[in-house]
Structure formats: C-alpha cells, structure tokens
Design a protein around this ligand. Structure first.
Ligand code: SGN
Ligand code: CA
Length: 526
C-alpha cells in the first residue's frame, strides 16, 4: 500500500469522524533500512565471529539481536566493483564496473532509485568510490575517491566541502544529523551509512592512537607462508606485510631505516596542529626506539605485523563506536523495531593470513565478507546462517523487504525468507570474478566457483593455472589439490558447476577479453 493511499484513508476517516478506522500501524509501515558498510573490514576483526582479536560490542549487538552470516561472500573482492554490485544486484561483467579504474554507469537501474520511486526517502553518506553524482538519493554526502581520514573533503550534492575532524566520526555525525533533522517522518527511509575505515593506510582517530599500546598480537598460523603447494598467483602477489607494506605510508615512520624521508609527512601535514601533536606524542618515541634497536628477520616481520594490526584495529574501534551511536539513536527514537539494520564490508581482508594485507583473491579471507542483520519483526535473535549469500543479493533483498518487485534483470536472490526461517532452500554454489591486473598488489585475473566445501579457480591472462581447495580438510587453503586423482570426481563436478554458473549469469572468455582490452586501453591513456 503506498503512503499517499494510507494518508488519504486516514484523512477520510478523520473527515467522517471515524478516527478508529485508521489502519493498524503494523499493516501500513514499510520497514526502514539502515545499511552500514565499512571498507576492508575483515570478519576476523569482529568479535561476534569469534576470532578473539578485538572487541566490537556494538556490531556484535546485531548478531545477538539478529542474524550473523558465516559464509557471506562477494562476487569481486575489490571496492568500487563491490559497490556497483550491491547497488545494481548484477555481477561486475553485467553492470560494467569490473575494476576500480574503469567508469561506472550511474544511469543504469539501482535499488535506491527504485526505493525512491516507491516512496522511500534515501540518503548516501560516506564512501561510495564511484565517480559521478550518485543517482537514487535524496541526499548525498560522499568522499571523493578514497577520501582522507583527517579533515576530509566531501562532495555534498556534488559540491566539494572540507570538514574538520576525523572521517569516521564525521560520517557518523552526518548520518545521525540526517536521521534526526532531515528525515521525513511520513516516509520510510533507506540510508547508506558507509565508512571509509578501516581502509589503508589505517590512520586511527585522535582518541585511539594509544589503544592496544600494551598488547602484542600473535600473527595467524600461516603468516610465514612460503606458498609451496600453491600456484604462481599466490607466489607473485605484492601484498606482504613484511615485503610490500611501506615504511611511511603503512608503518608511519617519518624517516625510514636508511635515514630517508618516507613521505608520511604528507599525512601529518593534512592534520591540524592539535591532531598532529597528539599523533606525534603517540608514535614518535616508539618510532625512534624501533629505529635505534631495529629487530631483524622474523622479529622485524612481527614488529611490522603489530604496527599494522594495531592501527587497523584502532580504526575499527571508531567504526564500532559509530554503530553504537546509531543503534542507540534508533532505540531512543522508537525506530529500532521497524528498521532493518545491516552491517557488512565491501569485502574481506587479510590480517596477516598468508603473510598478507589487502584483498582481491578468491581465497576465503577476502572472498568472504562480514554480514550481520537485525530486524526484530522477522529475524530471531541469535540466528546463524552458513548459506552462500552474496553482495549480489543485497539489492533484491532490500527491495523484497520494502515490498517492491525486483526487476528481472537483477541477478541476485532475496534472502528474506531464508533469514526469517521460512525456507531452507538456497543456491549450492556461487560465482566469482576478479579483473584488476596488472595493478597495485599484482593479484592475477581469475574467476571461480565455490560450494560449501570446495573451491575451483582459474587464473588467466599471463598464466593459465587452475587451483582447487577442500575447505574441510584445508580451511587455510594451503594445498592446491587440482589434478589430485583422489579428487577427480569433485574436480569434474566443480568444472561442471563453473560452466553452469558462467552460462546462467552470462559470463564468458569473450567478456574477459573485452574487459581486458578496455582496461589496458584505459591504463595506456592515463
Ligand atoms: C589503494 C591502496 C591499495 C588498495 C587499493 C584498492 N593503496 O590503491 O592498497 O588495494 O586502494 O582499495 S593506498 O596507497 O592508496 O593506500 S579499494 O578498497 O579501494 O579497492
Ligand atoms: Ca575495500
């Protein structure tokens, strides 16, 4: 029932003195959607996932009071493509945004446009990473490109404005301000509250620069991975914490061990005096101590891991605080009951697994993404779902909750009934593609299929290699079993599934060639 119709009934009732005939609230209220997304937030760094790394009490609330997905995945583990998939409900090779560099076509249908056209008030606040003015929103305040942690510029309705303060906090404050002061109480809302944190280069908020100072973190068991038993792609990537992360940009040294200036000064220059003094007080003694007594070999790698993970987790602390603030507001304002709150990330991230930071690969840590949803009306507290849902499913799911029919052309499926416990039927395999190569971190082009237990991937372009993993016997994906006679039947089954999915979603080698050509041309013309 649309809002106008409801209003007319209410007016009619008042008009003829039959106030009691106002329709039941329950029947007429469409749910609000608060879609919280952070950037590069590994599920390993959410305490509800049980990895024991850090505490995220506010994000955990969503798991306690709603559902946690233990095998939510993305279709393409990189920022802008992931955002294009979630907006359009279509795979990258269909919506056209296959990598971070090629343009996104805002003119195509997306779920906020459909919600807006059906009476929702919509807003987009934070990181979007898609060029051009966002379409489908009544209000938008977005970071240009990657954005800055300190005193970031924003594009407010397309106009560039610099805001003093810390990015994560500004995005939270703006979202709260929108909810409190700009929201139309007569309309359901859909807000995309999208943090930049914990994206590289992991600059913590002023108040958290000393968090974890008294702690030493142990790296994952395969931090010192030598990539034996894996293919060329794992061996030739450039995303090792001890190897590719940089002294200045990542480890925040102003001067590197050879005495050269690192360029971190640029990050410091962006800060105001107070922010800079606070920063220097937290980092500089420690940096000097490190340079004076520099560890070597594995000890140096462990120092780097600790510097990395501490800064990464510090930025997450601010993200979690923000989630707490908006959840509190929903409680205070009485909106909690009728608001679907989603927490996710644009993809997963490596927290030292295989020795890495960053994402891109179809290996679990970056293929999976955290996903937690609270909706008291339909989702039982403490629900856990291990089914293979994907970011491809967000658009059709939100539309389903809003009572809007998803266009045929959307490729995802609504998981509304699955989370409500009304059905157990779900897909048994998902399809993945990755394109951005050659590029930063040098993760080779690949595509693949995953089931609950197995994974098959094909790395192509400058190599032609297959990899296959059994997640039950090898959850850390340390041994490529492609070609192992013991798995001949599984291999055949996975090839078949892969072909089926490529056909079902409309992917092909020809499309790979097309996107490769466009990518190389785009790079050549830059
Ligand atoms: C930047 C980062 C990379 C990161 C890409 C993509 N380097 O280039 O480490 O992989 O973004 O990230 S940095 O020097 O700018 O920090 S994404 O999340 O936007 O896809
Ligand atoms: Ca990202």
């Amino acid at each position: 029932m649309n809002q106008l119709f409801i209003k007319s009934i209410a007016l009619l009732c008042v008009g003829i003195g039959m106030i009691n005939c106002t329709p039941q609230k329950e029947e007429v209220q469409r749910p609000n959607i608060l879609f919280i997304m952070s950037d590069d937030h590994a599920y390993q760094a959410i305490s509800a996932y049980g990895h024991g790394l850090n505490e995220t009490p506010n994000i955990d609330r969503l798991a306690d009071e709603g559902v946690i997905f233990t095998r939510a995945t993305v279709t393409n583990s990189i920022c802008a493509p992931s955002r294009a998939v979630l907006l359009t409900g279509k795979h990258s090779f269909v919506n056209g945004k296959v990598d971070n560099v090629q343009p996104f076509d805002w003119d195509q249908p997306n779920f906020p446009k459909l919600m807006q056209a059906n009476g929702y008030q919509t807003a987009m606040i934070g990181k979007i990473h898609l060029d051009g003015i966002p379409q489908g929103f009544d209000f938008s305040m977005v970071l240009p490109g990657q954005g800055q942690y300190y005193n970031p510029d924003f594009l407010i309705e397309g106009k560039r404005v610099r805001k003093e303060g810390y990015c994560t906090e500004i995005i939270t404050e703006t979202t709260l301000d929108w909810l409190k002061n700009k929201r139309d109480p007569d309309k359901p809302f859909c807000v995309l509250y999208h943090q930049k944190a914990p994206h590289r280069n992991w600059l913590p908020a002023p108040k958290y620069v000393n968090l974890y100072d008294d702690k030493t973190f142990d790296p994952p068991a395969n931090f010192f991975d030598d990539y034996e038993g894996r293919g060329t792609a794992a061996k030739e990537q450039e995303m090792q914490v001890d190897g590719h992360a940089q002294w200045g940009h990542d480890f925040k040294l102003i001067v590197d061990p050879s005495g050269d200036s690192t360029g971190f000064i640029r990050d410091l220059k962006r800060m105001n005096e107070e922010q800079r003094a606070n920063w220097m007080a937290a980092y500089e003694d420690e940096n000097q101590e490190f340079l004076n007594n520099m560890p070597e070999g594995k000890d140096l790698a462990l120092w780097k891991f600790n510097r990395y993970i501490k800064d990464y987790l510090r930025t997450i602390k601010s993200v979690d605080d923000g989630v707490g603030e908006v959840l509190d507001y929903l409680d205070e304002s009485g909106l909690a009951e009728n608001t679907i709150v989603v927490y996710t990330s644009d993809q997963g991230f490596y927290l030292g697994e295989h020795g890495w930071f960053d994402k891109r690969f179809m290996y679990e840590e970056s293929f999976r993404t955290p996903l937690l949803i609270r909706y008291p009306k339909e989702i039982k507290p403490g629900t856990e779902i291990d089914k293979l849902v994907q970011n491809l499913d967000f658009a059709p799911t939100f539309l389903d909750y809003a009572g809007i029919e998803a266009p045929e052309s959307m490729q995802g499926e609504s998981f509304r009934k699955l989370v409500a416990g009304e059905t157990d039927e779900w897909r048994d395999a998902v399809y993945y593609t990755y394109y951005e190569y050659p590029s930063v971190h040098m993760v080779k082009r690949h595509y693949g299929v995953a089931t609950d237990r197995y994974k098959l991937m094909h790395f192509y372009y400058d190599i032609d290699e297959w990899e296959m993993y059994d997640l039950e016997t090898d959850p850390a994906e340390m041994k490529n079993i492609y070609g192992d006679p013991a798995y001949a039947d599984v291999q055949k089954m996975l090839h078949q599934k892969l072909e089926e999915l490529r056909e079902y979603y409309g992917d092909s080698d020809e499309l790979n060639d097309k996107y490769l050509k466009a990518y190389l041309e785009h790079r050549a013309n830059r």
